[in-house]
Design a protein around this ligand. Sequence first.
Ligand code: CA
Ligand code: CA
Length: 473
Amino acid sequence: MSVYKYFILFLLLFSLNLITNAQNQKPRVIVTTDGEADDRASMVRFLLTTNEFDVEGIINSSSQFHWVGGQGWKAFHPVEWVKEYIEYYAEVYNNLKLHDPSYPTPEYLLSKWKVGNINAIGEDDIRTEGAKFITELLLDETDSRPIWIQAWGGCNTISRALKIIQEDYPEKMEYAAKKMRLFLIWEQDETYQNYIRPNWEHFNIPTIISDQFDCMAYIWPKVLPKDIQTYFESDRMTNNIIENHGALCSVYENNQGAFNAEGDTPAFLHSIPNGLRSMESPSYGGWGGRYVNVRNNVWMDPLPDSTYTRPDGQWGFHNSWSKQMEHDIESNKVEIRTNYFKPIWRWLDAVQNDFAARADWCVKDYASANHHPIIKLKNTPINLKAKAGSKIKLDPSKTTDPDGDALLFNWWHYNEADTYQGKSINTSHHAKTKITIPEDALPGDTIHMVCEVSDSGTPKLTRYQRVIITVIN
Ligand SMILES: [Ca+2]
Ligand SMILES: [Ca+2]
């Protein structure tokens, strides 16, 4: 072979490698946490989910609830808890690897742990190690992939990181902004309103400010439907997670064996690549909830009813709709509340089973545990164009299960995620199905179809493939 042919072969292999790498790329995430009891519970689940992400940072931060010097229940849990949890992860890491060799090493995770701004509520003056670490990631021009930055506590460390960019590298603000995605569990201090919003929001950073998360926090027994609550009660939580599932699950903080709270979990559920494509738009809906655009590229919870007006400033504990409705027991209000949280609880059976499977992975060998089905469509692109009245075949027949489990298929129309305003489209429980695009669908309308596949393993595991149909003339 001539040198020239070798060169062509090299180029071909090189580009194939790039394509494979692109397909294998995982969402990049940074967690900032105030270390509250429910953050610590979320951290157990997060560490068991790190095979799904490129973890770029785990950063201690304060909040309006916890800071160094806070008294009583506002005390700040010593920052070393993160390190301790990673050490518990280290104890089960070898077993987790049997189930997915891509789990990050404990040493890698430890290298991503930094202490951010923790000294007071909303303190964003000190150039902490944690803030500088976020700054460097955002400025790094060798990797321009987006990063989902999650605020499980206050936004102050994120705010300080952005201030460093504005003060020292103002010409890089646009580059950094393009990389950022924000998922805020309320605004747990004033730094989003005082600094981030006026200085950065106009760059159109995709930003979710969630109130729906609250149904996975302390109020879950009041607001989740009864059949979903069974996944959070002591029988299941004790047997599936807390007992006999290794060191990490044994420190999972609970309420007498039942779920206590994991208010911050939706922030990372949103970034799990489970086939729902939720990272493409907050309006699509997925395990982290569904959101509507309120201004610039900021997304918040859909309004609970037509009489409600969302406050404009800081959105959080003092004024969120969830908090206002928490103690309401009038039946019509309870119904509104149940609907408000549905964008999250509609998935929670699958979410809890996913957690239980990961807990099994800490202690069981491959053959004794369950693993997710892998959905593959045949001759069905995930983005389709179709005319009103036309018929479309949806075919997931290349789907497999790593355990050889029997699979249950369910195609359904996720009409809350559509821009199409008409009636729900009838579907079937067969793997292959054919749907008719409604006659009243208008050009430009989108229709979201979800292929939901559950296996027959224990616990039952579910994956999805969303197909988005755009109506054309
Ligand atoms: Ca929190
Ligand atoms: Ca399986």
